[in-house]
Design a protein around this ligand. Structure first.
Ligand SMILES: Cc1cc2nc3c(=O)[nH]c(=O)nc-3n(C[C@H](O)[C@H](O)[C@H](O)COP(=O)(O)OP(=O)(O)OC[C@H]3O[C@@H](n4cnc5c(N)ncnc54)[C@H](O)[C@@H]3O)c2cc1C
Length: 427
């Protein structure tokens, strides 16, 4: 990997997401050699991916070069590498660009979509975890309207204009809201010769309420917002399969749809070498102790989505969200320095700062530890918080200008088919 030898201990971090970057920032001015490996050369702000999928933002405005984030740190090295295995005995990581020894290893590889073993859904539905996947979805949505315009078969046309989003967590809710706004504000202008009133947006949830991690009030209000926008919210319905044409459920309900977006689950993106029932939870997250140490190892840690810290308060680990990832990254930074200086480690304590979701223009729900509010003010808070956490002044400025422009013009100008999408399982 062409990393110079150093007299400082080497910390290797796998993953430049929220957790990995927070950790690298903490360590990089210390007497350590820090090597960050990621299969992408950018940090991706996942909470705004749905806006890329729906043409509200260009992908570049929610991504930031990892090298640039850490450019001022003298002992920091970034390598574009896909890590395939960890050799815990020899203390080295193995990747597509070679292997590298470590003194300390931190796995911060995040999560991936969980299809719960359902192959038909995995092969035929769309995911939205990465920028390329969001661009695929953007292309597919737009291509379907182009095809709908050409077909005289009513059945086919309806399926092309029927969207099914599975999973009503923040991702599903935000995507459904954005599609509903496109139906109302953009499609009639772009496709005046297509009856876009027949576009259907279905949000399917296996449980009895949407946004189940938030308060009951937030769930109820978000559902009202979605219904105002014309989204069909199906609760207590479990999707059981999708062959590329028809979505089946555990009831008589079926949907004929060309676009199905799977937002119903994630699992840890654990890496070979750290596996087995002892080390992995049911959701493929690496079991760690209260110091984020992987069970049985002094010098191997996991943080963020991929880590499961099971305690009495968190029997299923911390929520797979940005805040726990950032807080664990910062905390581990301090603990690693303590470890190197032979000082006792401090246990991680999560500070819940609340959660929020937006449904569309002037419509959002916010649950803070002490206050819960919904509507226009919540929407402004949602925008401010997302702008604040975006990395890079340029990105903040571009996103802000885009949002103001979209708000004033009722528009989403990034509705471009740059890279046509083709499902490899469809003829
Ligand atoms: C669509 C969507 C919307 C979301 N909305 C919100 C929200 O509104 N609020 C919120 O708090 N959270 C939200 N989340 C969750 C939040 O983004 C994650 O919890 C957070 O990104 C976790 O941070 P992380 O550092 O653990 O992982 P990530 O940010 O996912 O970073 C993991 C990194 O590891 C790299 N990597 C993975 N495997 C390898 C490998 N083998 N080799 C090399 N590199 C590897 C990846 O390329 C990636 O850069 C959302 C997630 C998604 C997908």
């Amino acid at each position: 990997m062409n990393i110079p030898k150093s007299s400082f201990p080497r910390v290797v971090i796998i993953g430049g997401g929220f957790a990995g970057v927070a950790l690298a920032k903490k360590l990089s001015k210390k007497e350590l050699q820090v090597v960050l490996l990621d299969k992408h050369n950018y940090h991706n702000f996942q909470p705004l991916l749905y806006q890329v999928s729906t043409g509200g933002l260009e992908p570049d405005s929610i991504a930031y070069p990892i090298r640039k984030i850490l450019k001022d740190f003298p002992n920091f090295y970034f390598r574009l590498a896909d890590v395939s295995e960890i050799d815990t005995e020899k203390c080295k990581v193995i990747s597509n660009i070679g292997s590298l020894k470590f003194d300390y290893l931190v796995v911060a590889s995040g999560s991936k979509t969980n299809f719960f073993g359902n192959k038909s859904i995995e092969d035929n539905s769309m995911e939205m975890k990465t920028i390329p996947q969001s661009l695929n979805l953007r292309s597919l949505i737009l291509e379907n309207f182009e095809d709908a315009l050409l077909t005289s078969n009513l059945h086919e046309r309806n399926a092309l204009m029927n969207f099914v989003i599975v999973g009503a967590g923040p991702t599903g809710v935000e995507l459904a809201g954005a599609l509903a706004e496109i139906k109302k504000g953009i499609l009639p202008k772009d496709y005046p010769d297509l009856d876009t009133r027949t576009v259907q947006i279905n949000l399917v949830q296996s449980g009895d309420r949407i946004l189940k991690e938030m308060s009951e009030k937030a769930s109820k209000k978000a559902e009202d917002f979605l219904e105002d926008l014309g989204v069909h919210v199906w609760k207590n319905v479990r999707v059981t399969g999708y062959d590329g044409n028809v979505v089946t459920t555990n009831s008589d309900l079926t949907f004929e749809a060309e676009t199905v977006i799977w937002a119903a689950g994630v699992k840890g993106a654990a890496i070979n070498g750290i596996d087995g029932e002892e080390l992995l939870s049911k959701s493929n997250r690496i079991q760690v102790n209260e110091f984020n140490q992987v069970k049985g190892f002094n010098n191997i840690f996991a943080i963020g989505d991929v880590a499961q810290m099971t305690t009495d308060q968190t029997p299923y680990g911390h929520p797979m969200m940005a805040q726990p990832a950032i807080q664990q990254g910062k905390h581990l930074g301090e603990n690693l320095l303590r470890l190197i200086e032979n000082k006792p480690l401090k246990p991680f304590k999560y500070k819940d700062k609340g959660s929020m979701a937006t449904v569309g223009r002037n419509k959002a729900v916010v649950d803070l530890p002490k206050f819960k509010f919904q509507g226009v003010f919540a929407w402004f808070v949602w925008m401010f918080v997302h702008l604040f956490f975006l990395i890079g002044f340029r990105n903040r400025l571009v996103v802000f200008i885009n949002w103001v422009y979209n708000y004033v013009r009722f528009d989403r100008e990034a509705r471009l088919i740059i890279r046509p999408y083709k499902n490899k399982f469809k003829p």
